[in-house]
Design a protein around this ligand. Structure first.
Ligand SMILES: CC(C)(COP(=O)(O)OP(=O)(O)OC[C@H]1O[C@@H](n2cnc3c(N)ncnc32)[C@H](O)[C@@H]1OP(=O)(O)O)[C@@H](O)C(=O)NCCC(=O)NCCS
Length: 165
């Protein structure tokens, strides 16, 4: 049984950081270098960086459980305008293809609607073809593309997708 809920502080956030480390090393190896994966985990998904996002940048982390098994997570951020940012959307590989992603996305749309937002947007690596297909299936449309310099010689080469609520 899938249970989606907001992440409480330690130790749950620590477990999300461990899961992020596992999933990122599995899913991004064919898209970006190992050096970039490690760099991005440290910058965006370490316990310290996630704590900072929650405390100072208005992010919320959301955990996905299959019974007691923490198997996925999301991060969201309401913007100051009419947009809701879906920053992270991850499911461990053994749990994919079972309908859980659509429950996760429904949860995000509900949150955004409750926050009075008009759209949800996200960024996705241009070579992440499965995630791109999934977002299109859920009704997202490409509105832009962006190359973001994240330091140490690395860039994120992304599409921006938007869904109108
Ligand atoms: C992105 C992610 C959470 C999606 O979860 P998933 O379990 O793989 O998604 P599903 O297979 O359930 O697909 C979701 C929907 O898209 C549809 N879909 C999947 N692949 C498709 C394709 N190639 N063409 C059309 N529709 C497709 C599915 O049928 C499903 O629709 P349904 O729920 O109505 O049946 C998961 O793949 C993941 O964690 N990937 C690695 C991390 C990642 O890349 N995250 C995104 C970073 S931006």
């Amino acid at each position: 049984m899938i249970n989606i809920k907001k992440v409480k502080y330690y130790p749950e956030l620590r477990k999300v950081a461990e899961l992020a480390n596992e999933i990122w090393h599995e899913c991004f190896t064919e898209i970006i270098s190992l050096g970039q994966i490690d760099y991005m985990i440290e910058k965006f998904q370490s316990l310290d960086s996630m704590t900072n996002q929650i405390e100072n940048q208005n992010y919320m982390y959301i955990a996905v459980y299959d019974d007691d098994d923490l198997c996925g997570y999301m991060a969201v951020k309401p913007e100051n305008d009419e947009r809701f940012f879906l920053s992270k959307f991850y499911l461990r590989n053994d749990k994919r293809g079972k309908g859980t992603a659509s429950e996760m996305m429904r949860y995000v749309f509900d949150m955004a609607e409750k926050a009075g937002k008009k759209s949800v947007y996200l960024t996705v690596n241009k070579h992440n073809s499965h995630a791109i297909s999934v977002y299109k299936k859920f009704g997202y449309e490409i509105i832009d593309s962006v190359v973001t310099d994240i330091g140490s010689g690395y860039v994120m080469d992304d599409y921006i997708f938007s869904y109108t609520l």
